[in-house]
Design a protein around this ligand. Structure first.
Ligand SMILES: [Zn+2]
Ligand SMILES: [Zn+2]
Ligand SMILES: [Zn+2]
Length: 173
């Protein structure tokens, strides 16, 4: 199960327990969709998660007024391996993107990835979309799956895409 469920998340972002501030910066690892052409991005990418996945991926909630961590976990946000977060934020993707589809030679492929993002939350309600903190090729951005739009070729990471832990992975919320 997730470290943080919906009720715990709502409680934590309601107000800082140290200073009472109600503006908290949330860091989360969430799904991002990106099109590539010859292994380079051909669009800006878009978040592809629902509200439960947003909460499931949270690894830090920090008060913007006093700087205290209202919530922080060093565990991998995807598989919960202890200390796994650093192996995600500090490494580039382990699933390499081919320049062409290995099956049909198509130049354009679609990626599903995990990217870290941050967003400032003020009070209850659905958080706004986060700002991505890593792009394709940068440490922290991890490709989960690659699919060809022209044929049925696809590949999915079997290990944990974020921290490289061996399967099986826990079911996501
Ligand atoms: Zn505070
Ligand atoms: Zn193809
Ligand atoms: Zn992991």
């Amino acid at each position: 199960m997730s470290h943080l469920d919906e009720a715990a998340f709502a409680r934590t972002v309601a107000a800082c327990t140290r200073c009472g501030g109600s503006e908290l910066e949330v860091s989360t690892y969430v799904d991002r969709k990106l099109a590539v052409m010859l292994a380079d991005p051909s669009d800006d990418g878009a978040w592809a998660y629902d509200g439960e996945a947003f909460i499931d991926g949270v690894y830090r909630i920090r008060c913007t007024a006093c700087g205290v961590d209202a919530y922080a976990s060093d565990d991998c946000p995807r598989c919960h391996r202890a200390g796994g977060l650093a192996d995600g934020l500090g490494h580039v993707t382990r699933l390499e993107v081919p320049r062409r589809c290995p099956s049909c030679d198509e130049l354009e492929l679609t990626l599903i990835a995990f990217a870290p993002g941050t967003v400032t939350v003020r009070g209850p309600g659905r958080p706004a979309p986060p700002t991505a903190r890593a792009e394709l090729g940068e440490p922290g951005f991890h490709v989960v799956a690659i699919a060809c739009d022209a044929c049925d070729w696809a590949v999915v990471s079997e290990r944990c895409p974020i921290c490289d832990a061996a399967p099986p992975l826990r079911a996501r919320a």
